[in-house]
Design a protein around this ligand. Sequence first.
Ligand code: ZN
Length: 501
Amino acid sequence: MTCEVHAWDLSVRGAHLDQTHAFFNGTSVFLRVLGQESAPCLVELLPPEGKAFAAWRVATSLPPAAGEKGGARRHGFGLYRAADYDELIDHPVEMGTFTLIAFDACGVPHEVAITGRHDCDAERLAADLKQVCEWQIRFFGEPAPMARYVFLVTAVGEGYGGLEHRASTALLCARNDLPYPGMKGLPESYRTFLGLCSHEYFHTWNVKRIKPAAFVPYDLDRENYTTQLWAFEGITSYYDDLALLRSGVIARQDWLDLTAKTLGNVKRAPGRLRQSLAESSFDAWSKFYRPDENTPNAVVSYYAKGALAALALDLTLRAGTRGRTSLDDVMRALWRRFGQTGGGVGDDDLRQIAEELSGLELGRFFAQTIHGTRDIPLEKLLAPFGVRLEWAKAKTPALGAKTASEGDELRLATVYDGGPAQQAGLSAGDALIAVDGLRVTAKNLDALLGRRRPGDTLAVHAFRRDELMRFELTLGAPGDDAPRLDCDKSANALRRAWLGG
Ligand code: ZN
């Protein structure tokens, strides 16, 4: 049987083919033969014909079919092998003239294949990634669970995304996020890229091997529902930046700033008071991955709030046991009991393991943090660690909406529940035209609001579709959603064990 696939999706989850390269996930191109999922597969990758493609090679963690006639050499075309269908679809493949960067982490060969135009400083990237990867391998314990590992990076003008696999990850980044020769320090853009690499790499353990019971085995016929995405994405989001700090790639204050940013993002979305982390996890298929203008009002991110829940659990364990037990111990226990055995993690297993290791009673913590919607009391939890959390007020009175500019238009992307814009009758999608009779744009909105005080009423003109409408909007108090984290001067032993000196 022959089948032809339309490949024009340049996302980490699709397949894309043009004259510059080819990228595919097995899920996009390999049909499943019902009843033969456990049979081994051979895949023949053929080079495109023509001189223009003579330099093309292959990057993938799929092993070449050694010993087979026509078996590929490393990075070559030819036959590759997968033990079964599950493995066949878990090794994305890149073909083209990518840059190949190799390094070794704890004896495991690692590669970065970068597709797209870029000026990446290969040495710098290899040195930083090696540090992060080695820290993670040692965190869970040697030997690493994979024989080799490949970062498949597609560099574009603008883009961001990652998808984890058992021995590789597909990443999409802005080419300017990559380090360049002669770059000083660690710009935010590059730090973001390293955070993405760290995140997907941590998944090699947490979700690719330590899996929720609902994913064992994964049912490809339907959505697989679990209340535990907060643990697999949230804990991974907590450790992605923490690994940058603990491996020495970023400084302590950098990490505190990143965490403060997450705190602010969670606080700004009223959906956190409506939906618990367990619900957000379960509804990912119908809500989180189908966002609309009301998502911030209705949904809490199991990534962002999940990372804060992981932080809160870590702090609770460390403070409650005077530093004897931490989330690190829980992760390693999950790895030994589930990751290395292949069993699925049940809904109560994480809590039970944390209780068993710490001797603490955590029923209330899980009820409030994972199944409840109240804000996590991080000020209180951080205090024993000598870390202060302060919420600063925003500089301008509140409009109660998130704006986005589209060309010349200033649109309301989200109108927050109960906020001034909603009370005035404005809706998401409305295009703001004028405030108090003066033209308003993305550029002058903040300056315009900065000259007004909370309680002031503005005349707002906006288009809804093609109808001009007028609103009276009374500005609200500035939001206190700009948090700041810093350490006191004390030599705090708990903090030192957690974040280093
Ligand atoms: Zn993730």
